[in-house]
Ligand binder design. Structure first.
Ligand SMILES: *[C@@H]1O[C@H](CO)[C@@H](O)[C@H](O)[C@H]1NC(C)=O
Ligand SMILES: *[C@@H]1O[C@H](CO)[C@@H](O)[C@H](O)[C@H]1NC(C)=O
Ligand SMILES: *[C@@H]1O[C@H](CO)[C@@H](O)[C@H](O)[C@H]1NC(C)=O
Ligand SMILES: *[C@@H]1O[C@H](CO)[C@@H](O)[C@H](O)[C@H]1NC(C)=O
Ligand SMILES: *[C@@H]1O[C@H](CO)[C@@H](O)[C@H](O)[C@H]1NC(C)=O
Ligand SMILES: [Cu+2]
Length: 593
C-alpha cells in the first residue's frame, strides 16, 4: 500500500512537470492503448501518466482527473462524479425571425437555438421536457448519447416512448458516459426543423490544447414555411425541397433583414469551437478566412489532430476544431457552402451564407477578408483517425437494401424502403410496449432487426439499389457509436471482406451512405434496447428511411429498470391521440430523426 502511494507520488512529481511543459501531448503511437476491444485484452487498462499525473488545464487538455484522460476508452470506463445536472426545457408554439423573416416556430424556453446543455464527463443529466404545444406531441432525443442501460430515455417516440402529450412533461435521466459535442432535438416527425434543437457540451479532455472554449456553433438550412407543410409537399415531390436560407448560430441575413452571427476571438489565444450540423437537408462546407482549423474530435470521438482549410459536415455530425487567433486584429468571414443542388437539395441563399469572427479590439465593420473557394459535394471527412484505437475483427456483414417507390399510391407518395418496407411507428405502441407485453409479433412496418448475442460485433452493409434515386444519406445509429469499415459511391459492395478497414477504422455515430453506393458498419452489442438507425434528413426518415435494432431483447427489462414513467406517458398520449383531430400525413413514419 505504502509502496504504491509512494510510487504514484513519485510518478506525479517526476512526470507532471514534463507533461505540463509539453505544448501538446502529441498522440504518438506509443501512448496509445495496445488492446483489442472485444478481444482478450478488453479488460486491460494501459497506465498513462495523464490518467493520474496531472490535471486538466489550458496546457494539459489531454489530462482529465483521477484515473481518466484522453487515453481512456469511453466504451470501457468513465468517471463517477456523483453530480446530477438538471435542466428544464419548455416547448412553445410561437413565432421567430432568425433571418429577419417572421414565421411560426417552436421555441425552447423562448429561445432558438434552445439552451445548451452543459455537464462534465461522468455527470448524470436530468432534463425535464414540458410540451406546451397544443396540437403536436414531442419527444427529445439526445443525439449521440449512448444511453447505456437507459433505452427508455432515448427520446424516440414510437420506439422507446409514446410522445409527450400536450400539457405533459417527461424527465429524461441518463449518464454522460462520453464527452465532447452534440445536440438534442425533437424526434416527432419533422418537428425539429421548426426550432426544437439545442447543443450539448460534455466537458472532458481533448487531443490538442486551447485557451478558450467558444461553445457550440450550430448550422441549419432554413425554410420560411413550417416543416410540416414542407414535408407534406416533399412526400409527393420528385426532388428535394429548396431551403430558403441557412442559419449560423440561429442567425442570418435575408431580403427581410436579419444579421450575421458574430463570434468573438481574443487575440493571441487558441479557441475551441464546436461545429454542429443541426440541419435538415444540406451538407455544409465551412471555412474561416485566414484561419485553418485543427480538427480534434468527430462526433463524440477524440481524433488524432489534423489541419484543414475547410470541413464538410453532414446533418447530425459534429466537429471540434481549434482556431488560433494569431492573425492581425480585424474581422474575418466564416463562409459556408452547401453540398450542391444535385446531391442535397438547393439552398436559395447558398451564395451568401456567412458569419463574422471578430477579434477583440477590431472595429465593428463587416469583414473585408478573402477566403478559399469552398469545395462542393456530399461526403464525409476522410482524415478521421480515432485517438483510442480499436481493432474490429473481420466478418461478413448482413445486407440491408435501400429501395424507393413513388408509385405506391396514385398521388405519387414518396417512400424509402428498407428491405422493401417503409418504416412507420405506432405512437401508442412503442417497441418497449411489445417488450413489456412479451409480444414478439411486430408489425412489418416496425422494421425490427434482431440483434441477439451479448458483446458481439454486429456487421451490416447498407446497399442502395437501383430503385433508389442516387442520393447521399447521413446514417445515424442510436445507443452506440459505429465503425465505418467501408463505403463507396455508385457501387455494389463486392462482398470481399479482406478489403474492409479493420485497424482503427473511423468511429462515430453519423456517417454518409454515399449516393448510389454502400456503407459497411460494425458495432458491438453492448447495450440492450431498441435502437433506431435512420437517415438524419427529416424528410427521408419521415418517408420511411429507418429501422430499429432490437438488441438483446431478453435482457432489456432487467437492464433498464423502472418503466413507470413510460407507462404513464403512454396513458396520457393514448388518451390525447384518441381525441386528436389528425395532423398525421399519410406516409409520415412519425419519426424525425
Ligand atoms: C401553433 O399555433 C397555430 C396558430 O394558432 C396553430 O394553427 C397550430 O396548430 C399550433 N401548432 C401546434 C403544434 O400546437
Ligand atoms: C452563439 O450565440 C449565442 C447567443 O447570442 C452567444 O451567446 C454565443 O456566444 C454564440 N456562439 C458563438 C460560437 O459565436
Ligand atoms: C480591412 O479591414 C481592416 C480593419 O478591419 C483594415 O485595417 C484594412 O485596411 C481593410 N482592408 C481593406 C483592403 O479595405
Ligand atoms: C402483438 O402485436 C401485434 C402487432 O401490434 C398485434 O397484432 C398482436 O395482437 C399482439 N399480440 C399480443 C399477444 O398482444
Ligand atoms: C403538428 O402541428 C402542425 C401545426 O403546427 C400541424 O401542421 C401538423 O399536422 C401536426 N403534426 C402532427 C403529426 O401532430
Ligand atoms: Cu436520406
Amino acid at each position: 500500500m505504502f509502496y504504491s502511494i509512494a510510487r504514484t507520488v513519485g510518478f506525479v512529481a517526476l512526470l507532471c512537470p514534463t507533461v505540463l511543459s509539453a505544448a501538446v501531448p502529441a498522440p504518438p503511437e506509443a501512448l496509445n492503448v495496445p488492446w483489442k476491444r472485444g478481444g482478450i485484452f478488453s479488460n486491460f487498462h494501459h497506465y498513462d501518466e495523464r490518467d493520474y499525473g496531472c490535471s486538466h488545464g489550458p496546457k494539459t487538455r489531454s489530462c482529465w482527473n483521477n484515473g481518466f484522460s484522453i487515453s481512456t476508452d469511453m466504451d470501457e470506463k468513465w468517471p463517477n462524479t456523483g453530480k446530477v445536472v438538471t435542466y428544464e426545457l419548455e416547448i412553445t408554439n410561437t413565432t421567430g425571425s432568425p433571418d429577419g423573416l417572421s414565421r411560426p416556430m417552436f421555441l425552447i424556453n423562448g429561445q432558438y437555438p434552445g439552451p445548451t446543455i452543459v455537464a462534465d464527463w461522468g455527470d448524470t443529466l436530468s432534463i425535464t421536457v414540458k410540451n406546451s404545444l397544443a396540437n403536436n406531441g414531442t419527444s427529445i432525443h439526445w443525439h449521440g448519447l449512448r444511453q447505456l442501460g437507459t433505452n427508455q430515455m432515448d427520446g424516440t417516440n414510437g420506439i422507446t416512448e409514446c410522445p409527450i402529450a400536450p400539457g405533459q412533461s417527461k424527465t429524461y435521466t441518463f449518464k454522460a458516459t462520453q464527452y465532447g459535442t452534440s445536440w438534442y432535438h425533437s424526434h416527432y416527425s419533422v418537428q425539429y426543423a421548426d426550432g426544437i434543437v439545442g447543443g450539448i457540451i460534455i466537458r472532458g479532455p481533448s487531443t490538442s490544447n486551447y485557451d478558450i472554449d467558444l461553445g457550440i456553433l450550430p448550422f441549419t438550412d432554413w425554410f420560411h414555411v413550417p416543416s410540416f407543410t414542407v414535408n407534406a409537399a416533399a412526400l409527393h415531390a420528385k426532388g428535394p425541397p429548396i431551403a430558403d436560407n441557412l442559419l449560423i448560430n440561429g442567425s442570418m441575413t435575408s431580403a427581410s433583414g436579419g444579421k450575421y452571427a458574430v463570434t468573438n476571438l481574443t487575440p493571441g489565444k487558441k479557441h475551441l469551437l464546436r461545429l454542429i450540423n443541426t440541419g435538415v437537408n444540406n451538407y455544409i462546407h465551412v471555412s474561416l478566412d485566414g484561419h485553418p482549423f485543427t480538427v480534434i474530435a468527430a462526433d463524440f470521438v477524440p481524433i488524432v489532430p489534423y489541419t484543414t482549410d475547410s470541413l464538410v459536415i453532414a446533418v447530425g455530425q459534429r466537429y471540434e476544431v481549434i482556431i488560433d487567433a494569431n492573425k492581425p486584429v480585424g474581422n474575418y468571414w466564416l463562409r459556408v457552402g452547401t453540398g450542391g443542388g444535385k446531391c442535397d437539395g438547393p439552398n436559395a441563399n447558398s451564395a451568401n451564407i456567412k458569419s463574422i469572427f471578430h477579434y477583440d479590439g477590431a472595429n465593428s465593420a463587416n469583414p473585408n477578408s478573402t477566403g478559399i473557394t469552398l469545395p462542393t459535394g456530399c461526403y464525409d471527412e476522410t482524415n478521421i483517425v480515432p485517438y483510442v484505437k480499436t481493432t474490429v475483427p473481420q466478418k461478413l456483414p448482413k445486407k440491408i437494401e435501400l429501395g424507393f417507390t413513388n408509385t405506391a399510391t396514385s398521388d405519387g407518395l414518396v417512400q424509402w424502403l428498407v428491405d422493401s418496407s417503409m418504416m412507420q411507428v405506432d405512437f401508442t405502441k412503442p417497441t418497449l410496449q411489445y417488450i413489456l407485453d412479451g409480444n414478439d409479433t411486430f408489425n412489418v412496418a416496425e422494421n425490427v432487426y434482431i440483434v441477439g448475442e451479448a458483446h458481439q460485433w454486429q456487421y451490416w452493409v447498407i446497399q442502395q439499389t437501383n430503385t433508389a434515386p442516387p442520393l447521399p444519406h447521413p446514417i445515424h445509429l442510436h445507443g452506440h457509436d459505429f465503425y465505418v469499415l467501408d463505403h463507396a459511391e455508385n457501387t455494389q459492395w463486392t462482398g470481399d471482406i479482406s478489403k474492409l478497414k479493420m485497424e482503427n477504422p473511423i468511429r462515430r455515430d453519423t456517417a454518409t451512405l454515399p449516393a448510389g453506393g454502400y456503407l459497411v458498419l460494425a458495432f458491438e452489442s453492448d447495450n440492450p434496447g431498441a435502437w433506431l438507425m435512420h437517415c438524419h434528413i427529416p424528410f427521408h426518415v419521415s418517408a420511411g428511411l429507418a429501422l430499429q435494432f432490437l438488441e438483446r431483447k431478453s435482457e432489456i427489462l432487467n437492464t433498464i429498470g423502472d418503466l413507470s414513467g413510460f407507462k404513464d406517458g403512454c396513458k396520457t398520449w393514448t388518451a390525447f391521440q384518441e381525441g386528436f383531430p389528425g395532423g398525421f400525413h399519410i406516409g409520415d413514419s412519425g419519426l424525425k430523426v
